[in-house]
Ligand binder design. Structure first.
Ligand SMILES: Nc1nc2c(ncn2[C@@H]2O[C@H](COP(=O)(O)OP(=O)(O)OP(=O)(O)O)[C@@H](O)[C@H]2O)c(=O)[nH]1
Ligand SMILES: [Zn+2]
Length: 365
């Protein structure tokens, strides 16, 4: 029985990183000291080798997490050990985790990877939620987190069926709040925009959905999956004979292709770290700031301040400037409490993001 790992996102590029004598697999779920891994010959529970445990003790970011591609080494009788985490293309990292929360494997309790190798980050914000309208500030925050991870953010204004009259104006406002980011309205109720969202997963790409409770994330996952997502997910066998393996629900394969990672940690991520991603969400303000007369302009009354000029002309909404200041303060606070190594990892990701953005020409004001 064989499974086509390319359906899970395995690529030639990743194959070049696989150590000799090992087989690849993708982590569907982690547990203390072991992970559920999908390999070409099925799903395995693989314990960590001493190499992985040592690396994780020195640096918890090295712990395997859902979405990771890993190298498995043969143990005996159809059993494997998880011997190495292959280089991550993207990662959601939460800083300042306590020692115990990562199963006692953490050395300094700094940093935890919540999900890895996520290509697309859907930011779900309801067009309307009871009596509240979409919260632009929350969108900015989550888009910053998305950029920070190295994935590509896509904003989905959910429950669009509830707010048809004001939708066009809302989408226009959201596009200002998230420059360079695709913005779509979706309704899982009437199906509007669901196909469009699914298209981002073409080529077996992996997504997460961030957003507040009640945004309609689970409903959208089910709509994308094409059938109700059950307790255990099924990956179709590549041999075409309809054999299946069960996969825990944290890595959800969609019938239309692509995968969604859904974990409690990712669901709560709005409360966590933001850093350089802020600069990307506020690329318009950053560009204005570059035109200020003084290089160290604080945008609080200095002569020749382009930011305040834009505020006065109405080009820059007051709300957005305040949001920028707030997120910058938070990012500075985060940076101060993040250790140097984690910062370095973030900087490396940052370089990749910047390169990627230069390539795609995004966020050019
Ligand atoms: N009108 C309308 N209601 C929706 C839509 N999508 C979801 N809902 C409803 O909104 C409520 C919340 O949806 P969920 O999918 O559970 O939201 P969630 O984001 O997963 O929430 P948490 O699990 O708390 O994070 C449910 O009652 C859904 O039926 C939609 O497109 N239109
Ligand atoms: Zn200024």
């Amino acid at each position: 029985m064989s499974y086509d790992l390319s359906l899970l996102g395995w690529s030639d590029q990743r194959a070049t990183q696989l150590p000799a004598g090992t087989v690849p697999g993708r982590v569907a779920r982690v547990d203390r000291g072991a992970a559920d891994v999908i390999a070409a010959d099925g799903q395995h529970q693989a314990r960590y080798t001493a190499r992985v445990r040592r690396a994780a003790a020195a640096d918890p970011v090295a712990l395997p997490c859902v979405g990771d591609w890993v190298a498995l080494s043969w143990l005996d009788e159809g059993r494997y050990e998880l011997d190495r985490v292959l280089p991550r293309t993207t990662a959601f990292i939460r800083g300042g985790v306590s020692r115990t929360s990562v199963g006692g494997l953490s050395g300094d309790g700094q940093g935890q990877v919540l999900a890895a190798n996520v290509d697309v980050v859907f930011v779900a914000e309801p067009s309307m939620h009871s009596t509240d309208f979409a919260d632009l500030g929350r969108i900015e925050r989550l888009v910053a987190l998305a950029w920070e991870s190295g994935g590509t953010p896509v904003v989905l204004i959910t429950k669009s069926d509830l707010f048809e009259q004001g939708l066009d104006q809302l989408l226009a406002d959201v596009r200002v709040a998230a420059p360079g980011v695709d913005v779509h309205a979706v309704s899982s109720l009437n199906g509007d925009g669901v196909r469009l969202a699914g298209d981002y997963l073409e080529g077996s790409r992996t997504a997460v959905i961030l957003g507040p409770s009640g945004a309609g994330k689970s409903t959208l996952v089910n709509a994308l999956a094409g059938e109700p997502v059950m307790e255990t997910q099924q990956v179709r066998a590549a041999d075409g004979r309809g054999r299946h393996t069960t996969v825990h629900r944290e890595l959800i394969p969609l019938t239309g292709g692509g995968l969604i990672i859904d974990t409690p940690g990712i669901r709560r991520i709005g409360l966590y770290d933001i850093g350089e991603g802020v600069d990307l969400v506020f690329a318009d303000i950053e560009a204005l700031a570059e035109q200020c007369r003084f290089g160290d302009c604080g945008h609080s009354g200095e002569p020749g301040c382009a930011v305040l000029a834009a505020l006065e002309s109405g080009e820059l909404p007051e709300r957005r400037l305040q949001s920028w200041r707030k997120l910058q303060r938070e990012a500075a606070w985060m940076a101060a409490r993040t250790d140097a190594r984690l910062r370095k990892e973030q900087q490396n990701r940052w370089k990749v993001i910047t390169k990627e953005m230069r390539r795609s020409g995004r966020n050019r004001p």
